[in-house]
Design a binder for this molecule. Structure first.
Ligand code: AZA
Length: 272
């Protein structure tokens, strides 16, 4: 058995001995170390999470030693280093919260006795991006090291594709937009075999949209009408629906978590 104490200390020491950027290379070094050091171990699994500490700008100049946490977004790496198999790396962007105020529709979906959702041709679209891309297997740490700039380039490329597609796509659905993003990531990074997303559908509803539902809830439950905040017309007849909608309420859920993974053609993968 290897104590977690030794594992923790190894993580510190390897962070001194090797660069920690890009995280894909650091994770590979770390995993290989465990295989080289402990003959009874067949595979090492490493997860690295990189937080955004961005240098402060003070009086317009980058400050030499001060940083701020620039959002909840992280850059993550999962590495599996397995004896006799090589190194499998999965890189990801997680926790990148995005919202667009229009340019998103959702209609034409199956309607049956289980459907209550109305169709929409214009809605707010918001989600927390969780995007992962899986690299083709690397035989050794030296192969990861060779052309190591590929990892930062892929991360920057994927982030750019995500932002641009999210902003500019006339989204037909979360599913459709995420598929387009996957295709572009595969095109931009030839050494990546698969790209995927897991996107929560974060809803913002017009206050007024669920007026009728609120009315029913207040009639048949102990929830008070005034607690429901369902409509604004009680105040001087304010209109806040359709073209008049300006004030929206974020919904706490439950909401969908929509996932997709797009891989290269299997016949192409076999030749790689
Ligand atoms: N996809 C969407 O884009 N929006 C939705 C879904 C869905 O599957 N379900 N509710 N709202």
């Amino acid at each position: 058995m290897v104590a977690t104490d030794s594992i923790k200390n190894t993580i510190y020491i390897k962070a001194k001995e090797h660069p920690v950027n890009p995280p894909e290379l650091y994770a590979s070094h770390l995993g290989q170390h465990f295989l080289d050091t402990y003959p009874h171990i067949t595979a090492a699994h490493i997860d690295v999470v990189v937080h955004r500490w961005t240098r402060m700008a003070v009086d317009g100049a980058p400050h030499p030693h001060s940083f701020f946490r620039d959002g909840q977004e992280t850059r993550n790496v999962e590495a599996t280093v397995a004896r006799g198999r090589g190194i499998d790396l999965r890189s990801s962007i997680a926790g990148l919260s995005v919202l667009k105020s229009t340019g998103s529709a959702f209609h034409g979906f199956v309607r049956d006795e289980f459907t209550t959702l109305p169709e929409t041709w214009d809605r707010i679209l918001s989600t927390d991006i969780d995007c992962t891309w899986a690299w083709k297997r690397f035989p050794t740490v030296a192969a990861v090291q060779q052309g190591v700039e590929r990892f930062d380039k892929a991360w920057e490329g994927a982030r750019g594709i995500i932002m641009k597609t999210f902003a500019t796509d006339e989204s037909a659905s979360v599913q459709n937009t995420m598929y387009k993003m996957c295709e572009q990531i595969l095109e931009a990074v030839p050494e990546v075999d698969k790209a995927g997303f897991a996107l929560p559908n974060k809803h913002y509803f017009e206050i007024g949209e669920f007026f009728f539902l609120a009315f029913l809830l207040s009639k048949y439950t102990s929830l008070g009408w005034t607690n429901l905040d369902a409509d604004l017309s009680w105040h001087k007849g304010i209109k806040n629906t359709g073209k008049d909608a300006e004030v929206y309420a974020p919904q706490s859920g439950p909401n969908g978590l929509i996932k997709c993974e797009v891989a290269r053609d299997v016949s192409t993968l076999a030749q790689r």
